[in-house]
Write a protein that binds this ligand. Structure first.
Ligand code: 3PG
Ligand code: MG
Length: 386
Protein backbone atom coordinates (compact mmCIF):
# COMPACT_ATOMS: atom_id res chain seq x y z
CA UNK A 1 0.00 0.00 0.00
CA UNK A 2 1.48 3.32 -1.12
CA UNK A 3 1.30 5.98 1.57
CA UNK A 4 2.93 9.42 1.31
CA UNK A 5 6.12 9.42 3.41
CA UNK A 6 7.86 12.21 5.35
CA UNK A 7 10.22 12.67 2.38
CA UNK A 8 7.22 13.41 0.14
CA UNK A 9 6.26 16.50 2.18
CA UNK A 10 7.21 20.02 1.15
CA UNK A 11 10.41 21.09 2.98
CA UNK A 12 9.42 21.38 6.68
CA UNK A 13 12.08 24.00 7.36
CA UNK A 14 10.53 26.97 9.17
CA UNK A 15 7.04 25.39 9.01
CA UNK A 16 4.54 24.43 11.66
CA UNK A 17 3.73 20.74 11.67
CA UNK A 18 0.69 19.06 13.23
CA UNK A 19 1.44 15.46 14.25
CA UNK A 20 -1.33 13.05 15.25
CA UNK A 21 0.13 10.46 17.59
CA UNK A 22 -1.55 7.66 19.54
CA UNK A 23 -0.36 8.19 23.11
CA UNK A 24 -3.32 6.29 24.53
CA UNK A 25 -0.96 4.56 26.98
CA UNK A 26 -1.88 2.37 29.96
CA UNK A 27 -1.96 4.39 33.20
CA UNK A 28 -2.12 3.04 36.75
CA UNK A 29 -2.64 5.70 39.44
CA UNK A 30 -1.43 8.34 36.99
CA UNK A 31 1.77 6.41 36.14
CA UNK A 32 2.51 5.17 32.62
CA UNK A 33 3.05 1.42 32.77
CA UNK A 34 4.18 1.01 29.14
CA UNK A 35 5.55 3.92 27.12
CA UNK A 36 6.05 2.00 23.84
CA UNK A 37 3.60 4.22 21.98
CA UNK A 38 5.46 7.37 23.03
CA UNK A 39 8.97 6.03 22.38
CA UNK A 40 7.90 4.72 18.99
CA UNK A 41 7.18 8.24 17.67
CA UNK A 42 10.66 9.66 18.44
CA UNK A 43 12.05 8.93 14.94
CA UNK A 44 9.20 10.92 13.36
CA UNK A 45 9.53 13.83 15.78
CA UNK A 46 13.34 14.02 15.52
CA UNK A 47 13.13 13.82 11.71
CA UNK A 48 10.84 16.86 11.66
CA UNK A 49 13.05 18.78 14.13
CA UNK A 50 16.23 17.86 12.25
CA UNK A 51 14.61 19.10 9.05
CA UNK A 52 14.05 22.48 10.63
CA UNK A 53 10.36 22.44 11.60
CA UNK A 54 9.66 25.68 13.50
CA UNK A 55 7.06 24.08 15.75
CA UNK A 56 5.77 20.54 16.09
CA UNK A 57 2.33 20.31 17.69
CA UNK A 58 1.56 16.75 18.71
CA UNK A 59 -2.04 15.79 19.40
CA UNK A 60 -3.46 12.56 20.83
CA UNK A 61 -6.44 11.10 22.59
CA UNK A 62 -6.16 9.37 25.97
CA UNK A 63 -8.92 7.09 27.22
CA UNK A 64 -12.57 7.69 26.46
CA UNK A 65 -13.53 10.93 28.23
CA UNK A 66 -16.66 11.37 26.09
CA UNK A 67 -16.27 14.94 24.84
CA UNK A 68 -15.52 16.80 28.06
CA UNK A 69 -12.48 17.56 30.20
CA UNK A 70 -11.84 14.80 32.73
CA UNK A 71 -8.86 14.91 35.11
CA UNK A 72 -8.47 11.11 34.90
CA UNK A 73 -7.40 11.54 31.29
CA UNK A 74 -5.15 14.54 31.74
CA UNK A 75 -2.10 14.31 29.51
CA UNK A 76 0.34 15.61 32.16
CA UNK A 77 2.16 12.27 32.68
CA UNK A 78 2.36 11.77 28.91
CA UNK A 79 3.68 15.29 28.41
CA UNK A 80 6.35 14.71 31.06
CA UNK A 81 7.43 11.37 29.58
CA UNK A 82 7.55 12.80 26.05
CA UNK A 83 9.76 15.65 27.29
CA UNK A 84 12.15 13.19 28.96
CA UNK A 85 12.34 10.98 25.88
CA UNK A 86 12.97 13.94 23.55
CA UNK A 87 15.69 15.28 25.83
CA UNK A 88 17.20 11.78 26.05
CA UNK A 89 17.29 11.65 22.25
CA UNK A 90 19.13 14.99 22.18
CA UNK A 91 16.18 16.69 20.46
CA UNK A 92 15.10 20.29 20.91
CA UNK A 93 12.06 19.59 23.08
CA UNK A 94 11.28 23.31 23.30
CA UNK A 95 9.94 23.21 19.72
CA UNK A 96 7.48 20.41 20.54
CA UNK A 97 4.09 21.02 22.16
CA UNK A 98 1.60 18.36 23.21
CA UNK A 99 -1.95 19.69 22.75
CA UNK A 100 -4.84 18.85 25.11
CA UNK A 101 -6.53 15.44 24.99
CA UNK A 102 -8.43 15.51 21.69
CA UNK A 103 -11.42 13.69 23.19
CA UNK A 104 -12.06 16.48 25.69
CA UNK A 105 -13.85 18.07 22.71
CA UNK A 106 -16.93 16.32 21.28
CA UNK A 107 -15.83 17.49 17.81
CA UNK A 108 -13.05 14.89 17.73
CA UNK A 109 -15.16 11.72 17.69
CA UNK A 110 -17.97 13.43 15.76
CA UNK A 111 -15.47 14.45 13.06
CA UNK A 112 -16.85 17.98 13.26
CA UNK A 113 -15.48 20.21 10.45
CA UNK A 114 -15.33 23.19 12.83
CA UNK A 115 -13.04 21.17 15.14
CA UNK A 116 -10.88 20.19 12.18
CA UNK A 117 -10.57 23.89 11.28
CA UNK A 118 -9.32 24.63 14.78
CA UNK A 119 -6.79 21.78 14.62
CA UNK A 120 -5.26 22.90 11.31
CA UNK A 121 -5.29 26.63 12.09
CA UNK A 122 -1.74 27.98 11.87
CA UNK A 123 -0.37 24.61 10.70
CA UNK A 124 1.47 24.09 7.41
CA UNK A 125 1.90 20.31 7.29
CA UNK A 126 0.23 17.23 8.78
CA UNK A 127 1.87 13.97 9.80
CA UNK A 128 -0.22 11.01 10.93
CA UNK A 129 1.77 8.70 13.18
CA UNK A 130 -1.22 7.36 15.13
CA UNK A 131 -1.40 3.83 13.79
CA UNK A 132 -3.32 2.64 16.87
CA UNK A 133 -6.14 5.06 16.03
CA UNK A 134 -6.09 4.72 12.22
CA UNK A 135 -9.31 2.67 12.35
CA UNK A 136 -11.19 5.65 13.81
CA UNK A 137 -12.69 8.15 11.34
CA UNK A 138 -12.21 10.94 13.89
CA UNK A 139 -11.53 14.62 13.18
CA UNK A 140 -7.79 14.58 13.89
CA UNK A 141 -7.28 11.49 11.68
CA UNK A 142 -9.36 12.12 8.57
CA UNK A 143 -9.76 15.92 8.75
CA UNK A 144 -6.28 17.50 8.41
CA UNK A 145 -5.36 15.53 5.25
CA UNK A 146 -8.19 17.40 3.50
CA UNK A 147 -6.51 20.73 4.29
CA UNK A 148 -2.73 20.26 4.55
CA UNK A 149 0.06 18.49 2.67
CA UNK A 150 0.14 15.20 4.58
CA UNK A 151 2.30 12.17 5.20
CA UNK A 152 2.55 9.01 7.26
CA UNK A 153 5.02 9.15 10.13
CA UNK A 154 7.50 6.33 10.70
CA UNK A 155 5.30 4.33 13.11
CA UNK A 156 2.31 4.32 10.78
CA UNK A 157 4.42 3.57 7.71
CA UNK A 158 6.21 0.62 9.35
CA UNK A 159 3.02 -0.87 10.81
CA UNK A 160 1.31 -0.76 7.43
CA UNK A 161 4.34 -2.19 5.66
CA UNK A 162 4.60 -5.16 8.03
CA UNK A 163 0.91 -5.92 8.35
CA UNK A 164 0.30 -5.57 4.61
CA UNK A 165 3.16 -7.99 3.96
CA UNK A 166 1.22 -10.60 5.95
CA UNK A 167 -1.73 -10.08 3.62
CA UNK A 168 0.27 -9.97 0.40
CA UNK A 169 3.15 -12.42 0.45
CA UNK A 170 3.77 -14.11 3.80
CA UNK A 171 6.61 -16.64 3.95
CA UNK A 172 5.08 -20.09 4.47
CA UNK A 173 4.09 -21.87 6.57
CA UNK A 174 2.11 -18.95 7.97
CA UNK A 175 0.68 -19.69 11.43
CA UNK A 176 -1.78 -17.36 13.16
CA UNK A 177 -2.28 -17.82 16.90
CA UNK A 178 -5.42 -16.21 18.25
CA UNK A 179 -6.67 -15.92 21.80
CA UNK A 180 -8.64 -13.47 23.88
CA UNK A 181 -12.06 -13.84 25.30
CA UNK A 182 -14.58 -13.50 22.51
CA UNK A 183 -15.12 -15.22 19.16
CA UNK A 184 -17.68 -12.53 18.28
CA UNK A 185 -14.95 -9.81 18.50
CA UNK A 186 -12.66 -11.68 16.15
CA UNK A 187 -14.94 -13.67 13.85
CA UNK A 188 -14.32 -11.42 10.83
CA UNK A 189 -10.59 -11.64 11.44
CA UNK A 190 -10.73 -15.41 11.91
CA UNK A 191 -12.61 -15.82 8.64
CA UNK A 192 -10.26 -13.54 6.75
CA UNK A 193 -7.15 -15.19 8.23
CA UNK A 194 -8.49 -18.67 7.50
CA UNK A 195 -8.21 -17.80 3.79
CA UNK A 196 -4.57 -16.78 4.10
CA UNK A 197 -2.82 -18.87 6.75
CA UNK A 198 -1.66 -22.47 6.70
CA UNK A 199 -2.58 -23.12 10.32
CA UNK A 200 -4.95 -21.31 12.64
CA UNK A 201 -4.21 -21.89 16.32
CA UNK A 202 -7.01 -21.01 18.75
CA UNK A 203 -6.63 -20.61 22.52
CA UNK A 204 -7.91 -18.20 25.15
CA UNK A 205 -11.51 -17.79 26.23
CA UNK A 206 -12.70 -18.09 22.66
CA UNK A 207 -11.44 -21.66 22.29
CA UNK A 208 -14.46 -22.95 24.25
CA UNK A 209 -16.91 -21.94 21.57
CA UNK A 210 -14.74 -23.84 19.07
CA UNK A 211 -14.49 -26.83 21.42
CA UNK A 212 -18.29 -26.79 21.78
CA UNK A 213 -18.55 -26.81 17.97
CA UNK A 214 -16.46 -29.99 18.01
CA UNK A 215 -18.85 -31.54 20.51
CA UNK A 216 -16.82 -31.06 23.69
CA UNK A 217 -18.25 -30.19 27.09
CA UNK A 218 -17.24 -26.70 28.21
CA UNK A 219 -18.53 -26.66 31.82
CA UNK A 220 -18.79 -23.10 33.16
CA UNK A 221 -16.15 -21.75 30.75
CA UNK A 222 -16.76 -18.72 28.52
CA UNK A 223 -19.09 -19.79 25.76
CA UNK A 224 -20.90 -17.84 23.04
CA UNK A 225 -23.74 -20.16 22.01
CA UNK A 226 -24.70 -17.91 19.06
CA UNK A 227 -21.20 -18.28 17.59
CA UNK A 228 -21.05 -22.09 17.67
CA UNK A 229 -22.33 -22.43 14.09
CA UNK A 230 -19.78 -19.92 12.79
CA UNK A 231 -17.01 -21.89 14.54
CA UNK A 232 -18.36 -25.14 13.05
CA UNK A 233 -18.18 -23.58 9.55
CA UNK A 234 -14.58 -22.48 10.14
CA UNK A 235 -13.66 -25.96 11.37
CA UNK A 236 -15.24 -27.47 8.24
CA UNK A 237 -13.42 -25.07 5.90
CA UNK A 238 -10.58 -27.51 5.31
CA UNK A 239 -7.97 -25.32 7.05
CA UNK A 240 -5.79 -26.78 9.74
CA UNK A 241 -7.24 -25.44 12.99
CA UNK A 242 -5.40 -26.40 16.17
CA UNK A 243 -7.57 -26.39 19.30
CA UNK A 244 -6.59 -27.27 22.87
CA UNK A 245 -6.37 -30.95 23.74
CA UNK A 246 -5.91 -30.25 27.42
CA UNK A 247 -6.95 -27.41 29.70
CA UNK A 248 -6.24 -25.87 33.09
CA UNK A 249 -9.52 -25.50 34.96
CA UNK A 250 -10.77 -23.92 38.18
CA UNK A 251 -13.25 -25.58 40.56
CA UNK A 252 -16.80 -24.28 40.99
CA UNK A 253 -16.81 -21.27 43.32
CA UNK A 254 -13.08 -20.61 42.84
CA UNK A 255 -12.11 -16.96 42.33
CA UNK A 256 -9.64 -15.20 40.07
CA UNK A 257 -9.10 -11.89 38.34
CA UNK A 258 -8.39 -8.34 39.47
CA UNK A 259 -9.44 -7.60 43.03
CA UNK A 260 -10.22 -11.25 43.83
CA UNK A 261 -8.08 -13.54 45.97
CA UNK A 262 -6.87 -16.60 44.02
CA UNK A 263 -9.00 -19.34 45.58
CA UNK A 264 -10.27 -22.76 44.52
CA UNK A 265 -8.81 -26.02 43.30
CA UNK A 266 -6.95 -25.93 39.96
CA UNK A 267 -6.70 -29.07 37.83
CA UNK A 268 -5.50 -30.25 34.43
CA UNK A 269 -8.15 -31.96 32.31
CA UNK A 270 -8.50 -33.05 28.69
CA UNK A 271 -10.59 -31.17 26.11
CA UNK A 272 -13.80 -31.69 28.11
CA UNK A 273 -14.45 -29.42 31.08
CA UNK A 274 -16.35 -30.99 34.00
CA UNK A 275 -19.72 -29.44 34.93
CA UNK A 276 -19.33 -26.24 36.93
CA UNK A 277 -15.57 -25.96 36.32
CA UNK A 278 -14.08 -23.10 34.28
CA UNK A 279 -11.31 -23.44 31.72
CA UNK A 280 -8.93 -20.52 32.33
CA UNK A 281 -5.79 -21.58 30.44
CA UNK A 282 -4.67 -24.07 27.83
CA UNK A 283 -2.99 -27.11 29.36
CA UNK A 284 0.73 -27.97 29.19
CA UNK A 285 0.32 -30.53 26.40
CA UNK A 286 -1.55 -28.00 24.27
CA UNK A 287 0.99 -25.29 25.02
CA UNK A 288 3.76 -27.60 23.78
CA UNK A 289 1.80 -28.44 20.59
CA UNK A 290 1.13 -24.74 19.92
CA UNK A 291 4.81 -23.94 20.56
CA UNK A 292 5.88 -26.62 18.05
CA UNK A 293 3.62 -25.11 15.37
CA UNK A 294 4.98 -21.63 16.12
CA UNK A 295 8.61 -22.73 16.04
CA UNK A 296 8.11 -24.52 12.70
CA UNK A 297 6.49 -21.46 11.09
CA UNK A 298 8.12 -19.06 8.62
CA UNK A 299 5.60 -16.35 9.55
CA UNK A 300 3.79 -16.07 12.89
CA UNK A 301 1.03 -13.70 13.83
CA UNK A 302 0.00 -13.75 17.48
CA UNK A 303 -2.96 -11.89 18.92
CA UNK A 304 -4.63 -12.52 22.25
CA UNK A 305 -3.60 -14.35 25.42
CA UNK A 306 -4.13 -18.11 25.85
CA UNK A 307 -5.59 -17.75 29.34
CA UNK A 308 -6.00 -15.42 32.29
CA UNK A 309 -2.26 -14.72 32.40
CA UNK A 310 -2.64 -11.94 34.98
CA UNK A 311 -3.30 -14.79 37.48
CA UNK A 312 -0.08 -16.79 37.87
CA UNK A 313 -2.09 -20.07 38.10
CA UNK A 314 -3.31 -19.50 34.54
CA UNK A 315 -0.26 -17.83 32.98
CA UNK A 316 1.68 -20.88 31.77
CA UNK A 317 -0.05 -21.27 28.39
CA UNK A 318 0.41 -17.63 27.43
CA UNK A 319 4.02 -17.70 28.67
CA UNK A 320 4.85 -20.80 26.59
CA UNK A 321 3.28 -19.28 23.48
CA UNK A 322 5.06 -15.94 24.08
CA UNK A 323 8.39 -17.74 24.47
CA UNK A 324 7.82 -19.71 21.27
CA UNK A 325 6.93 -16.53 19.37
CA UNK A 326 10.12 -14.94 20.71
CA UNK A 327 12.20 -18.01 19.84
CA UNK A 328 10.88 -18.86 16.39
CA UNK A 329 13.23 -18.29 13.46
CA UNK A 330 10.19 -17.27 11.43
CA UNK A 331 9.13 -13.64 11.07
CA UNK A 332 7.09 -12.85 14.19
CA UNK A 333 4.37 -10.23 14.45
CA UNK A 334 2.46 -9.57 17.65
CA UNK A 335 -0.78 -7.61 17.60
CA UNK A 336 -1.01 -4.92 20.26
CA UNK A 337 -3.29 -4.82 23.25
CA UNK A 338 -3.27 -7.78 25.65
CA UNK A 339 -0.66 -9.81 23.77
CA UNK A 340 1.69 -6.83 23.87
CA UNK A 341 1.11 -6.53 27.64
CA UNK A 342 1.73 -10.26 28.03
CA UNK A 343 5.01 -10.07 26.12
CA UNK A 344 6.08 -7.11 28.24
CA UNK A 345 5.08 -8.95 31.44
CA UNK A 346 7.29 -11.89 30.45
CA UNK A 347 10.19 -9.59 29.49
CA UNK A 348 10.01 -10.63 25.82
CA UNK A 349 8.87 -7.37 24.19
CA UNK A 350 12.21 -6.81 22.43
CA UNK A 351 12.39 -10.37 21.12
CA UNK A 352 9.83 -10.30 18.30
CA UNK A 353 10.27 -8.88 14.81
CA UNK A 354 7.30 -6.58 15.01
CA UNK A 355 5.33 -5.59 18.09
CA UNK A 356 2.35 -3.61 16.87
CA UNK A 357 1.43 -0.37 18.63
CA UNK A 358 -2.18 -0.90 17.56
CA UNK A 359 -4.60 -3.45 18.98
CA UNK A 360 -7.92 -2.83 17.25
CA UNK A 361 -6.24 -1.07 14.33
CA UNK A 362 -3.94 -4.01 13.54
CA UNK A 363 -6.84 -6.45 13.64
CA UNK A 364 -9.01 -4.26 11.42
CA UNK A 365 -6.19 -3.76 8.92
CA UNK A 366 -5.65 -7.53 8.76
CA UNK A 367 -9.36 -8.12 8.37
CA UNK A 368 -10.23 -5.39 5.84
CA UNK A 369 -6.88 -4.53 4.21
CA UNK A 370 -7.46 -0.78 4.73
CA UNK A 371 -8.33 1.79 7.41
CA UNK A 372 -9.95 5.27 7.35
CA UNK A 373 -6.69 6.97 8.39
CA UNK A 374 -4.78 5.33 5.54
CA UNK A 375 -7.43 6.18 2.95
CA UNK A 376 -7.32 9.83 4.10
CA UNK A 377 -3.54 9.99 3.55
CA UNK A 378 -3.80 8.38 0.11
CA UNK A 379 -6.52 10.86 -0.90
CA UNK A 380 -4.31 13.75 0.27
CA UNK A 381 -1.39 12.40 -1.76
CA UNK A 382 -3.58 12.07 -4.87
CA UNK A 383 -4.68 15.70 -4.46
CA UNK A 384 -1.06 16.85 -3.98
CA UNK A 385 -0.05 15.11 -7.24
CA UNK A 386 -3.00 16.52 -9.21
C1 3PG B 1 -6.39 1.93 21.34
O1 3PG B 1 -5.76 2.03 22.38
O2 3PG B 1 -6.94 0.87 20.98
C2 3PG B 1 -6.43 3.11 20.42
O3 3PG B 1 -5.75 4.19 20.96
C3 3PG B 1 -7.86 3.47 20.06
O4 3PG B 1 -8.57 3.82 21.21
P1 3PG B 1 -10.16 3.67 21.20
O5 3PG B 1 -10.45 2.21 21.12
O6 3PG B 1 -10.63 4.30 22.48
O7 3PG B 1 -10.66 4.39 19.98
MG1 MG C 1 -9.28 -0.13 21.60
Amino acid sequence: MELPQLEDLPDPSGRNVLVRADYNVPLVDGRITDDLRIRATLPTLTWLLDHGAARVTVCTHLGRPKGKADPRYDLAPVRARLGELLAGAGADAARVTLADNLRFDPGEEANDPAFVDRLVEGQDLYVDDAFGAAHRAHASIVGPPQHLPSAAGRVLAREVEVLSSLLEAPARPFVAVLGGSKVSDKLGLLESLAERVDTLVVGGGMCFTFLAARGHRTGASLLEPDQVDACRRLLASGKTVLLPTDLTVLAPGGTFGPGNPPTGEVRQVGADVPDGWSGLDIGPGTAAEFADAIEAAATVLWNGPMGVFEDERFAAGTRTVAEAVAATRGFSVVGGGDSASALAAFGLAGRVDHLSTGGGASLELLEHGDLPGLAALRAAAARQRA
